[in-house]
Write a protein that binds this ligand. Sequence first.
Ligand code: FAD
Length: 629
Amino acid sequence: MTNIERHAYDVVVIGAGGAGLRAAIEARLAGMKTAVISKSLFGKAHTVMAEGGAAAAMGNRNARDNWMVHFRDTMRGGKFLNNFRMAELHAKEAPDRIWELETYGALFDRTPDGKISQRNFGGHEYPRLAHVGDRTGLELIRTLQQKIVSLQQEDYAETGDYDSRLRVFAETTITEIFVQDGRVAGCFGYYRESGDFVHFDAPSIVLATGGVGKSYKVTSNSWEYTGDGHALALRTGATLINMEFLQFHPTGMVWPPSVKGILVTESVRGDGGVLKNTSGKRFMFDYVPDVFRKQYAETEEEADRWYDDPDNNRRPPELLPRDEVARAINSEVKEGRGTEAGGVLLDIASRLPAEQVRKRLPSMYHQFKELADVDITKQPMEVGPTCHYVMGGVEVDADTAEAAVPGLFAAGEVSGGMHGSNRLGGNSLSDLLVFGKRAGEFAAKFAQANPRIRVKAGDIEAAVETALAPLTRGDAGENPYTLHADLQAVMGDLVGIIRRQGELEESLTKLAELKERVKKVGVGGGRRYNPGWHLALDLRNMVIVSECTAKAALEREESRGGHTREDHPGMSSKWRQVNLVCSYDGEDVHLTHKPVPTMRRELLELFEVSELSKYMTDEELAELAEGGA
Ligand code: FAD
């Protein structure tokens, strides 16, 4: 019998990025015995890599900003497919979550009159991103960790044990969630270093595992982003929505090849950087779509004036939502106006004095100097699209963050709906604070109302068997690294930034083959720190989540946000009414259509009818005119 360490908690949070930490704090504040688990080192999560800032309509730089403008921008960015209630809660609650961080010890950059500074970002009408230079995520994680430590110190003072109410399990990967009597009962995983198994009995589990980018080769995401939370949710019987929407950030590094995909923050453009092709043309003026034409400058002069006088000029088109900019760069390169390495040029050197560039963008300055030997105060950066963020995710209730399985909650990038078909930059850090708090609060309530169930021994034994299977097969099995490279090739080549029916069909055939090969994956060596074994277990998740993306991408016959179909180039108002919901039967992924909830009338009235008519069907518009919805 395998030795398994066993723990009992009220709330287990899987993931220690911003969403997970914020959820854990809330659950502990509600008096729940809480565990927070992270696959990576404590403090190493995508949240720490966030550069530009957290979007919150505090109105510090422009008093006209408020939650309604933020809500409008978010819905426009997501092309009206967002879960409107999530977008509403997010816009209303983000300022409080930012101010609350300062009570935990965060120190954001300031305006000259001492308020939290806010910077411009794509798709946001006013300067809205609270930031700390270009290292905002670092401050966010540092502060949340500090809050956790202070809570642990309070617990120590009372109980003599720092971990008595809030314990961190770092470098621990969860591979299974158990459902018993129709609700969550616990989860199971392994310590990465020793390979020893660990089990948690808990009535409430919060998924906060981040995204899926590692299914693509060119990505800004690091090794942990293998869609574990998405796959765990599917396997427990919960559902994912709109997995076809992946954000390809327009500006990743393209040179040298070893760093291809690493993010170049949007703050470069927010602070005045412009995109040029190899002929020196500022090409974004050629790519402003009709739906955005009224809000964006038509000439370079107007665009440049906007930085100093935003009330009387329109925004530069470099600050269009990310999907638009990524497609524009893709087209320039395809038309032969890109660099040899397949990128375009991002110029901040000719736009800001060198000392300002170093002050406002210190990480970018060092990143290019150290990784590409480029001095961005003197030379342009070479950039191109990189897989960055998944808008799709676990289908949750907007108010409680609860998934379809009672006791299962999800927050942060792993959850779906909030960002519709495309996320605005800065909206993820605020999303994870708003919904991390909500998930922690409602997970705590659920745990208070539902006693712990002891997971059946047979279920745990089955989890052990699944985890050990790659080691049992040993070197004779399929090599996990080869499988990973093959998966990345399928997703990058056939389910990438521009999609076509034939290629998507081909991707599904290839994914079916890969799924069979993943069942035969094998690794040599033992359980003690064995990265090949870890990857073998992650592949099981990546392959089903990729299947969701490919199936949904084939099904959605329109182009919207982070889903571009060359064979269906326009947005369709019929498809705007549809959420694609993914479920899993243990073998295959299934898709169903579910109507997008109709926005409440007072929210609809925040938009002009002429704008709504670009997104809605004639029936919806007629109903609106009659006073319905
Ligand atoms: P993460 O912060 O990624 O945390 C996920 C956690 O889950 C980690 O602790 C991981 O170890 C753990 N985990 C995963 N699987 C398992 C498992 N099986 N078992 C146990 N633990 C597991 N957004 C903005 O709003 N503004 C920005 O300026 C910005 N800049 C960005 C820059 C970069 C380079 C990147 C990559 C992203 C950026 N984003 C930004 C996006 C944003 O950082 C992420 O979407 C957000 O941080 C996700 O937070 P999260 O808490 O959901 O997940």
